[in-house]
Design a protein around this ligand. Structure first.
Ligand code: DGJ
Length: 694
């Protein structure tokens, strides 16, 4: 509920937290509060007047504004910078009005520059039960001349004053995504960014701040992310005044947007929250929010999938795929996915991208015979596509060489033998919508894996509708249009977002897709860390994870299954070569998983022992009623002799009694006294924790 403390202050109160801002006498909108919800409105701090400190530090450099513009003598990073037609680059945003909507959970603050015809709207929407606040900004040009936007973030999050500031964030690379780091911020700036026209493997807009004492389950954590599939930037700046501001939004690198007379520009949405239950608390808030509010298929059962990529790569045809499908169906697989290699001319990775119809040699009668066989075996059928790409050796490129991203007259670089289509172009979008809509409408396809296997180079656009640098943003608009249109026309299809693994993992994709392919690295030991990072941000129901043959000589099948059972289980090994013994073990784990997947996907996740600490890790999923939990524990390699850590169980009802193995104790006792789990090298266990009264 949004309450107005005084005439000039607004407090957004959520279930357990609150966020407040107010207007100074001069009209600046300043941040006042972000933390625990307080009992009385008068408890929240009021406006603090800020004056010039000395001739080097004018007032605007010392104020904590909600959305600081490039103005006067301000030296810290501004959230917005404009260039007016007369060359003026000074923007003085002042309060004009504030409107709370009918739900009482959204508020819009209108700011204007009193000399120039520009209006900036700060929009906030509270997701109260998750203690999450969504924010974005709209700029309107009310004048007759264009305005150049040279930077515009979605939010400037002000972290309250702490004794010490620590940041948690992700870096990575292809096959090694979501590596979590914690770093002390002592001054200056920490900048994380994506410049790859997509989120990238090398980082993620997710961030968290704390005072250095928060743990997995305890302590105060301020966290957030950005719903945007393009270039992004996070700047955490500890100013000389000792306050930490966190800018989150579209990357201003090589960015410009020409805002014509009468036009409006809206930023992507930023979302942030406050948790008093440490990092797991922060992730549970995001998980609950995503599952309830963002997934196209809500809580529908996530099917066990088989994907033939690692088994057959480009070497696919009707017969070999039907043979794999028969084995998969016998294992209990519910969805059979044909990956790369199926379309016109796709003999290897140098040809075919762009020509999205079945290859005439591999599938002489089209895809239907395979789809019918898969359906006959009781499984759904899924298909891989990579719509944004084109190979030089393709019908599409031969017809439309001008459609790829390029600078006129300059070399065009290929990567993996392919170019990127300029998704900003309407003709490209229209073509893809038509072609892919026909493909989906003409076949019984229930799942689509949408891939993107390279990042851009030479980002030119000869006949761009605005400044050619707008390509970074217009590409994302085009991608969203094509994907959104296909999703709207085929709502029954479950989409999976993939970009060579986890290269496009962000909230906005979940407008169309229900899940992500988190990494091309399917080695179960490497995956433990990758998955822990991914699951900090996104729920298990969005993380596809395959059991493959990677590391098969070292890592037992049970370990590989347990790792993949921590998300949406899939099988990606060459099951045609598995022994009877392996197949029967696989059958067993798939059946067990089906009994418990509702807890893994829709329950609460508690990291009991982090994979970042070393060789042992453990995670517990507990259903929302705290009746039953599923615990997975892993040990990779550690030379003997070794003392294994005790695992302390979180998330159970303190008073109720739970059975683990032969032992019965209260939830409180399992948390205090813990559990010893025997694990040898490369061993894992799946342990069911059941309430006695259930
Ligand atoms: C990259 C994906 O991450 C893989 O799973 C597979 O689909 C290949 N592309 C196919 O080219």
């Amino acid at each position: 509920m949004i309450i107005s403390k005084d005439r000039n202050c607004w407090i957004i109160e959520m279930a357990g937290s609150a966020y407040g801002f107010g207007v100074t006498d001069e009209g600046q909108v300043v941040h006042q509060y972000w933390g625990k919800r307080l009992p009385y409105a008068e408890d929240y701090p009021g406006i603090i007047a800020v004056r010039d400190a000395d001739s080097f530090n004018m007032a605007e450099n010392r104020r904590r504004e909600e959305f600081p513009a490039m103005e006067g003598s301000r030296y810290f990073e501004p959230a917005i910078a404009l260039v007016f037609a007369d060359g003026v680059r000074d923007l003085r945003l002042r309060f004009e009005s504030c409107v709370v909507d009918q739900t009482g959970m959204a508020i819009q603050v209108k700011l204007v520059d009193r000399q120039y015809p520009v209006c900036v709207k700060l929009i906030y929407r509270a997701h109260s039960k998750y203690d999450l606040l969504e924010r974005w900004v709209e700029v309107e040009n009310h004048g007759d001349f264009p305005i150049e936007i040279s930077r515009i973030f979605s939010a400037d999050w002000q972290i309250p004053r702490l004794d010490d500031y620590w940041m948690s964030f992700f870096t990575g690379k292809w096959s090694d995504e979501f590596q979590n780091h914690r770093e002390r911020i002592t001054g200056g700036k920490k900048v994380l960014e994506g410049r790859r026209m997509t989120t990238g493997h090398d980082g993620n807009p997710w961030f968290a701040f704390y005072d250095g004492t928060a743990s997995l389950e305890t302590g105060r954590v301020w966290f957030g992310t950005l719903a945007w599939s393009g270039n992004w930037k996070t700047i955490a700046e500890l100013t000389q005044n000792g306050f930490l501001q966190v800018l989150s939004g579209i990357n201003d690198w090589d960015f410009v947007w020409q805002l014509g007379a009468g036009e409006k520009f809206g930023t992507p949405h930023a979302i942030a929250g406050f948790s008093t239950a440490g990092f797991s608390g922060a992730s549970r808030a995001m998980h609950d929010f995503i599952r309830a509010e963002r997934l196209p298929h809500g809580e529908a059962v996530r099917k066990v999938l088989y994907n033939s990529w690692e088994a057959t790569t480009f070497d696919v045809d009707v017969d070999s795929q039907i043979r794999l499908a028969e084995i998969a169906a016998d294992l209990g697989v519910e969805l059979f996915v044909l990956d790369d290699g199926w379309f016109h001319g796709r003999i290897n990775d140098t040809a075919g991208l762009g020509d999205w119809w079945a290859d005439e040699v591999k599938f002489p009668n089209g895809l239907t015979p395979l789809i019918e066989a898969v359906n006959h075996l009781g499984m759904d059928f899924g298909l891989w596509i990579e719509p944004e790409m084109v190979n030089p050796d393709s019908e599409l490129f031969r017809t439309h060489p001008e459609w790829v991203i390029q600078f006129k007259g300059r070399t065009k670089s290929t990567a993996r033998g392919q170019y990127i289509l300029n998704m900003g172009r309407q003709d490209v979008q229209d073509y893809l919508i038509l072609l892919l809509d026909n493909l989906l409408a003409g076949h019984n396809i229930r799942f689509v894996k949408w891939d993107m296997n390279r990042n851009p180079s030479e980002p030119g656009w000869e006949d761009a509708p605005g400044d050619p640098r707008e390509i970074w943003v217009r590409y994302v608009y085009g991608l969203n249009r094509v994907w959104g249109e296909l999703h709207d026309r085929h709502p029954e299809i479950v989409f999976q977002s993939c970009s060579g693994g986890g290269g496009r993992v962000n909230l906005s994709v979940l407008d169309y897709a229900d899940q992500f392919w988190a990494s091309d690295n399917t080695d179960a030991t490497a995956r433990l860390k990758i998955q822990e990072g991914f699951l900090q941000m996104f729920p298990a129901s969005t993380m596809e994870s395959w059991v493959t043959d990677q590391g098969e000589n070292l890592i037992p099948l049970a370990f590989r299954f347990h790792t993949s059972m921590c998300g949406v289980l899939g099988v990606g090994g060459n099951i045609g070569k598995w022994t009877e013994e392996q197949l029967s073990e696989a059958r067993k784990w798939i059946a067990v998983y089906k009994d418990y997947r509702h807890i893994i996907h829709w329950g609460d996740r508690h990291v009991l022992y982090s994979a970042l600490k070393g060789t042992v890790s453990a995670v517990l999923y507990v259903d929302k009623d705290k009746d039953c939990g599923v615990l997975f524990a892993f040990r990779t390699y550690e030379s003997e002799p070794v003392a294994l850590p005790k695992i302390f169980l979180h998330g159970l009802d303190a008073e109720r009694r739970y059975k683990v193995g032969d032992r019965v104790m209260s939830g409180a006792a399992w948390e205090e006294c813990g559990l010893e789990i025997a694990l040898g090298n490369f061993e894992s266990q799946m342990i069911i924790v059941k309430a006695l009264d259930w």
